[in-house]
Design a protein around this ligand. Structure first.
Ligand code: SAM
Length: 283
């Protein structure tokens, strides 16, 4: 059965009495080049163990299984389990794990189900959990790489450069943990049903050592404060966030000591400049 042929997929789902759920971000791929290219972009071989989030009917799962040592595919929608039992019956290196990826103990999943393999993530992520799921995956420190299809708008935020409209706290979180690359766009017509937005595939190669020498809690405290009120200058944003501990004059001096202009906005600062600021603020 061709899992990207719209007629085959519709027949399969009708046979199982499946109904699409918008709240679970169910847009299934129906263009054969897409799962192939996503799996290819993940750069897998038999030494890799892959966590897939949301296998749907299993079209990307099959491509991953053909390349990796093992795939653990976490699916929240129990009504897809009998569908997957049928479509993945011949793929002996796939384990479907019923559950919500946001509630799962990822360390236990990796050690129990991908033991002895180098862990990677590859998925067509459900749109409704894109940001929290990527945050959880990156903060876990468990995976060598994360290759995902997400909304193009979010993909641009992940890979944005300082000073651009897409740059923000989420950009810095992703780029702190990984080297992020926007690979290619996927038009809405490649999905059943078609979403309202264009999607894009991003590859994140997780860093072995942090790019800056500041604890992430301190760094992201400053980053969050700087972006809490995007239109404010950095000085005003920091005054609102930590005005109780530091006078405005002290904060101004710290900004100047970083070699930054007094009226700079948070969105102009690179990761290194945020790290310098966090270090000098001693948060
Ligand atoms: N991989 C399939 C494809 O590319 O055609 C389906 C992708 S679809 C965008 C997202 C999938 O994630 C759906 O199968 C949905 O049921 C599942 N899902 C949604 N929320 C989830 C969660 N919290 N944990 C695990 N799976 C989830």
């Amino acid at each position: 059965m061709d899992l990207t042929n719209i007629h085959d997929v519709k027949d399969l789902l009708a046979r199982h009495g499946f109904r699409f759920s918008k709240s679970l971000g169910q847009n299934f791929l129906i263009a054969d080049w897409v799962p192939r290219q996503i799996a290819e972009a993940a750069g897998l071989d038999k030494s890799c163990g892959v966590l897939e989030i949301g296998p749907g009917v299993g079209c990307l799962t099959r491509e991953l299984a053909a390349r990796a040592g093992k795939v653990a595919a976490v699916e929240l929608d129990r009504s897809l389990l009998p569908v997957l039992a049928e479509t993945l019956a011949d793929f002996h290196n796939v384990e479907v794990v019923p559950g919500d990826v946001m509630k799962l103990d990822l360390a236990a999943l990796v050690s129990d189900r991908l033991d002895g393999l180098t862990p990677h993530v590859c998925a067509n992520l459900p749109y409704n959990i894109t940001t929290p799921a990527l945050t959880k995956l990156l903060e876990s420190g468990l995976f060598r790489s994360v290759t995902v299809m997400i909304q193009k708008e979010v993909a641009r935020r992940v890979c944005a450069a300082p000073g651009t409209a897409d740059y923000g706290a989420f950009t810095l979180l992703c780029q702190y943990y990984a080297d992020c690359k926007l690979l290619f766009d996927v038009p809405a017509g490649c999905f059943l049903p078609a979403p309202k937005v264009t999607s894009a595939v991003v590859r994140m190669d997780v860093r072995e050592t942090p790019p800056v020498d500041v604890p992430p809690e301190a760094l992201f405290k400053v980053v969050r404060a700087a972006f809490a009120q995007r239109r404010k200058t950095l000085l005003n944003a920091l005054s609102s966030a930590c005005g109780r501990d530091r006078s405005r004059d002290e904060l101004r001096q710290v900004i100047l000591d970083c070699g930054l202009p007094e009226a700079v906005r948070g969105e102009a600062l690179s990761l290194e400049q945020f790290a310098d600021l966090a270090r000098r603020l001693g948060v």
